[in-house]
Structures are given as C-alpha cells and as structure tokens.
Design a binder for this molecule. Structure first.
Ligand code: GDD
Ligand code: MN
Length: 378
C-alpha cells in the first residue's frame, strides 16, 4: 500500500512540478527583457492577408476594424482571399467597399474551391508588395495601435516575425471562456520568457507579422498550421520570432464544451506537430533554441496529458484499496469549491483532453487540412 501511495505521490509531483519550474524560469527571463529595441517611428510597407471562408456574419466588422488602424494609407495593402464561401461573404465585401471610401488599397481574390487557410495565404502571398506580411482572421479585431506597435520591432534586423496578445471579448461568460482567459494568461508568460531567450514558436495567426524576405511560403502541410508551422522555419533560419504583448487583438472564445474541444483539439494537433518538428530540427542542430525549452514544450503538449490520466488512475486505485486515503487526497479537491480554482481545474482538464484528441490524427497519420468552423465564436 505504501509503495502504491508513493507512486501516486510521485505522479502528482511529476504533473505539477515541471509547470511550476518552467513558469518560474520564464518569469525570470521575462523580467530581463527582450534585448530588442523597438523603434516607434519605423513604418515599413505592410501587406495584410485576411482569409475568409463563410464569414458573412463578421466580415463588415472586420473591414471597419482594418479601416481604423493607425497606419499611413500608402503603406498598408489589404489582400482578402475567399475560398468559395457559400454564405455571400464576398458579395458583402463588395457592397461594403462600394458604399465606403476604404482607406487602404485592397485586392480581392476568390478561390474556386476550399483548400484550407494556409493554401489561401499562399495564394494571397503572390499579390503582396509589402516588406512585412501580416495575417489576420475575419473574427479577430485589432487595437488601433496594434500594427504600429508590432512593426516597431522589425526595425531590428534580427527579428523575423512578431505575434500579439489575445484579449477574449466574452471572457466573463462562463467557466469555459474564463478558463480560456486563464490559459492565455499562463501561456503568455511562457511566450514572453521564450521570446526573451530567443524565440517562441507559439504564434497566433489572428495577429502575426513576418518579414517578407525571411521566408518563401506559409507552411501548408496537413496537420501543421500557418502560424507555428511557418515560424519554426524562420527560427530555424536564425531569425528571432517574438511575442509582443502590447500588440493586442480581440476575439471570442467558445462557450460550450463541444465548441471548446472542437477548437482546441484542432489547435492541439497543430501545436503537437509543431513541437515534434522543433524536436526533429533540434536533433539535426538546426534550431537555435535551448534543449530545455524544447523539452518543456514536449512535456506540456505530449507528456502531461498522459501523466494526468496516470495520476487519476493511480489515485483511484489507492482510494479503492484503502478508503482512508480519501483524507490524504481529499484536501486536493477542497479548492474546487472556490470559483477560480474550479475554473482553472476545468480549463486544465479540457485542455489536456483536447491535447489527447489532437494527438490522435498525428498517430493515425490522418492529419487534417481545412477545418470546421466553430460557429459560436462569431
Ligand atoms: N480562404 C480561406 N480558406 N479561409 C479560411 C479557410 C479556408 O479554407 N478556413 C478557414 N479560413 C479562415 C476563416 O474564415 C478565418 O478568417 C480564419 O481562416 C481562421 O479560421 P477560424 O475558423 O476562425 O479558426 P481559429 O480561430 O481556430 O484559428 C486559429 O487557429 C488557426 C490554426 O489552427 C487562429 O490562430 C488562426 O490564425 C490559425 O490559422
Ligand atoms: Mn477564429
């Protein structure tokens, strides 16, 4: 019995110590700063690619949001690539452009069939004329100064890509949206720390900017995403790819369990593919990131979900054998009576479940391309 108890306790420690250690390490790195001087006056030419598939509900709001961006008219080009939407997205765009005096030059591209967002981005890439390529989504809305803030870091030639910080519009709605808010806060500290060491590979395509001459095309292999996938190539070529918290965008989080799992399992597939790719590149000595960063991210995205299952099983076995251990482990459940730990607990469980779901298409070699949209986010 004692041995089983010790195993259970070691598993609990293996589950909780690495996140605490990595978080503390990244917090320390974050405090040291990026060692990159942003230049507030730096205003390169930018081409922003927005991909759409059935975004009639939000596309006008997105265009209005772009119009409000603080950036010179002659330095920002917009490229909208629609992949055979059936809900009249493109028609809405045309009506909007006809009735407003859109501030920036805009190119509309209409694909005959839907081949996924990364494919659409590469189609858009053929039309760009900017030194910096920005990507954004129809359902994400940037702060007015987000573009200026983000490009200011490209004044440093070592910077290859920049991503921004998400603020969740409906964060207070319920346990799932609050949980996503917590997840973001935790991970943004890690992203900041990694950026201070060299780079983070965890990018968000809702607000991502890339130096045009630092990459050829967006990563378009099934299972990889346009953001992490592309950034890993840039880091591997020696560019720094950084998270910039002052470049803010807003979007909506799913509020149902089904919506949350659908979104997070697909993103998990992308994240895990990215983490495996970093491991492969590191082994080939083609990635200027420390081993510890690779290992901890492998731990978070691949090892930890299975450890969690082992912890639950082992604790259950210990309970079953000796019910008195309820006193021992029971205290771990007390915090769940309070709202914040409960939110964190639910977020932790669902995120780990999504990671296991995301691993499935990778292991069965059925990696996905185009994905199903989560309607409740619009
Ligand atoms: N043209 C085109 N073709 N656009 C597409 C397609 C497609 O096949 N599929 C999706 N999109 C567009 C959507 O209309 C939206 O503007 C954007 O791509 C993002 O799609 P969402 O459905 O909103 O996905 P998300 O919010 O989960 O996206 C996040 O993860 C993706 C990778 O998994 C963001 O970080 C994305 O930027 C990222 O690409
Ligand atoms: Mn989205």
């Amino acid at each position: 019995m004692l041995l089983l108890l010790l195993i259970a306790l070691s598993l609990w420690a293996a589950l909780f110590l690495p996140p605490v250690i990595y978080y503390a390490w990244m917090l320390k790195k974050k405090k040291k700063g990026l060692c990159i001087q942003p230049d507030a006056n730096y205003q390169p030419t930018v081409s922003m690619i927005v991909c759409t598939y059935n975004e009639a509900k939000v596309i006008e709001r997105k265009l209005e949001n772009i119009q409000e961006l603080d950036y010179p008219e002659n330095k920002l080009q917009i490229i909208l690539v629609d992949s055979a939407s059936t809900d009249g997205t493109l028609e809405r765009v045309k009506v909007f452009l006809a009735r407003t005096n859109f501030r920036f030059p805009i190119v509309l591209i209409s694909e005959k069939e839907r081949l996924g967002k990364s494919h659409a981005l590469n189609v858009g890439l053929k039309q760009v004329n900017g030194e910096i390529i920005a990507t954004s989504d129809a359902d994400s809305f940037w702060d007015q100064d987000a573009l200026l803030k983000a490009v200011s870091y490209f004044a440093d030639p070592s910077v290859g890509a920049v991503t921004g910080k998400e603020k969740i519009l409906n964060v207070e709605k319920n346990v799932h949206t609050m949980g996503e808010g917590f997840y973001r806060t935790f991970f943004y500290t890690l992203r900041s720390g990694e950026s201070c060491i060299h780079s983070t590979i965890f990018f968000q395509g809702e607000l991502a900017l890339y130096r045009r001459n630092a990459f050829k095309e967006f990563e378009d292999r099934p299972g990889y995403s346009d953001d992490h996938g592309t950034v890993i190539n840039l880091v591997s070529n020696g560019y720094r790819c950084i998270f910039v918290p002052e470049a803010v965008f807003h979007d909506t989080a799913p509020f149902s369990l089904g919506g949350r799992l659908m979104l997070k399992s697909r993103r998990s597939e992308h994240l895990i593919s990215g983490v495996f790719l970093t491991l492969k590149l590191k082994i080939k000595r083609k990635l200027p990131l420390p081993w510890q960063v690779i290992f901890f991210n492998l731990y978070f995205h691949v090892i930890s979900p299975f450890l969690l299952i082992a912890v639950i099983l082992m604790t259950g076995i210990v309970y079953a054998i000796d019910f008195r251990t309820l006193w021992f482990f029971g205290f771990l459940l007390i915090p769940l009576l309070i709202k914040k730990p409960r939110v964190i607990g639910v977020s932790y469980l669902t995120s780990n479940l999504a990671l296991i779901m995301g691993l499935y298409p990778i292991l069965t070699r059925k990696r996905s391309g185009a994905w199903r949209k989560v309607e409740e986010m619009r």
